[in-house]
Design a protein around this ligand. Structure first.
Ligand SMILES: *Cc1c(COP(=O)(O)O)cnc(C)c1O
Length: 464
């Protein structure tokens, strides 16, 4: 194996990193003192850092390495494509073989009449495309006033100005003048944190009906689309009550507003079907894709669009596109990734083996004194940490204090598990085996135990 083992000592690398590299979503000053963890290689579900630690990556990078690390086939395809045609664009009536093959494959995998793909370099770019596409769609249908896109608080749709505006992350909106005009946010279906005394079923209906109220308040002639993740990912793996999505679909149908399913995490097997929309039983007009499309081996994203929307948009020139829309190397890598997902029946492995095995063990974590609810759909799961399971209380300490302690314990125990506030989340590679799931759970339990001890010792085990 051609591993890079002759790199500089960790401390030197960390100093250079701190001096010149600005990290995304990171307090860079704080990191400079501590030093970043340096990942040097990976294979299967396991990362190796510059100190030689073997870390189980229960987040699949950033929710993306669906087929696992270290698949030579993707490296070979990338090298071959770079030699043959490293770059050509798809503007101005040109195309190339990898993008044609990939678009055809995605159309085949996507449900219903979702048969057309507009490519982008990332999920953020794809959602920016969606903003312009749905507004342009209604303009071409003679209804230019339909420009408002309804989204949800605590949604994540990307980090560009457009996609960050679609998202409902208040910490993002506080910086840089977001959101852009004509984006409206309703409440999320997060029963654990916001459901009060309501049953999950009633709460799911209530939160879905906020969409109807918003349409009526804003005016049917003003609303273009509703966008949502089938299961909120970065918001904390919030699984909506079963009543939620059927009601949302009913409302979208009734008022004829476009439904955009942001499948950037849920797509390509994560929920146990090819798309989260299938798991949730919804019929979107547009799907946003990225992450698992290439298993993160090359940057690529896109919008899968229905026959109807594509026909309307295609009627004249859509003044939109990215230099790297349908990049040949990314397209070839994505196509190879889809071949592996399909031929190795990895979605079937999730449904029949990995997800049921993980679900049992994950839900059993609720016997731990710190853990309130455990939620899981396919291979994305979350647990809520709480000082009082009965009242579902939040900690008195600022949100995220305890979650951060838990995440640090996990990292020290060679497990990557993320925290969102005081929820711990996982999204492992889909190829994870039952034995590796045992290791994941073992390390999670050990970390929860250590976190519990620390939280009690520091006087943090108190309710708000
Ligand atoms: C990650 C993510 C995005 C943004 O994708 P990038 O490739 O980071 O731009 C959009 N939507 C969802 C649901 C995501 O999880």
């Amino acid at each position: 194996m051609n591993a890079i083992t002759n790199h500089m000592p960790t401390a030197e690398l960390q100093a250079l990193d701190a001096a010149h590299h600005m990290h995304p979503f990171t307090a860079n000053g704080e990191l400079a003192e501590k030093g970043a963890r340096i990942i040097t290689r990976a294979s299967g579900v396991t990362l190796t850092d510059s100190e030689g630690n073997q870390i189980l990556d229960a987040m699949a990078g950033l929710w993306c390495v669906n087929i696992g690390y270290g698949r030579d086939e993707l490296a070979d395809v990338a090298a071959r494509q770079m030699r043959e045609l490293p770059y050509y664009n798809t503007f101005f009536q040109t195309t190339h073989v990898p993008v044609i093959a990939l678009a055809k494959k995605i159309a085949e995998l996507a449900p219903g009449d979702l048969n057309h793909v507009f490519f982008a370099g990332s999920g953020s770019e794809a959602n920016d495309t969606n903003i312009r596409m749905v507004r342009h769609y209604w303009a071409r249908k003679g209804k230019p006033s339909k420009s408002i896109i309804i989204s949800r608080k605590n949604a994540y749709h990307g980090s560009s100005v457009g996609s960050g505006s679609l998202g409902g992350m208040s910490a993002m909106h506080e910086q840089g003048g977001l959101p852009i005009p004509d984006i409206h946010h309703i409440n999320q279906p997060n029963w654990w944190a916001e459901g009060g005394d309501t049953t999950p079923e009633d709460f799911g209906l209530q939160r879905a009906q906020e969409l109807e109220q918003a349409i009526l308040e804003l005016g049917e002639d003003r609303v273009a689309a509703f966008i949502a993740e089938p299961v909120q990912g970065a918001g904390g793996v919030i699984v909506p009550p079963a009543t939620y999505w059927p009601e949302i679909q009913r409302i979208c149908d009734k008022y004829e507003i476009l439904l955009i399913a942001d499948e950037v995490i849920c797509g390509f097997g994560r929920t146990g079907n090819w798309f989260g929309s299938q798991t949730m039983g919804i019929r979107p007009d547009i799907m946003t894709i990225a992450k698992g499309l290439s298993s993160g081996y090359a940057p690529i994203g896109g919008s899968i669009v229905s026959d109807e929307v594509a026909a309307v948009i295609g009627g004249d020139e859509f003044n939109h596109g990215y230099t790297y829309s349908g990049h040949p190397v990314s397209s070839a890598v994505a196509l190879e990734n889809l071949r592996i997902l399909e031929e190795e029946n990895i979605v079937g492995h999730v449904q029949d083996v990995a997800a049921p095995y993980l679900k049992d063990k994950w839900e059993a974590l609720t016997d731990h004194p710190l853990v309130g609810e455990a939620k899981i759909v396919g291979m994305m799961g979350s647990i809520a940490l709480t000082p009082n399971k009965e009242t579902r209380a939040a900690f008195a300490a600022p949100a995220g204090t305890v979650g951060y302690i838990c995440r640090e314990r996990c990292f020290a125990n060679n497990l990557v598990m993320r925290h969102v506030g005081d929820r711990m989340i996982i999204s492992p590679p889909l190829v994870i085996t039952p034995e590796e799931i045992d290791t994941l759970i073992e390390r999670a339990r050990l970390s929860l135990d250590e976190c519990y001890e620390q939280v009690k010792a520091e006087g943090l085990y108190t309710a708000l």
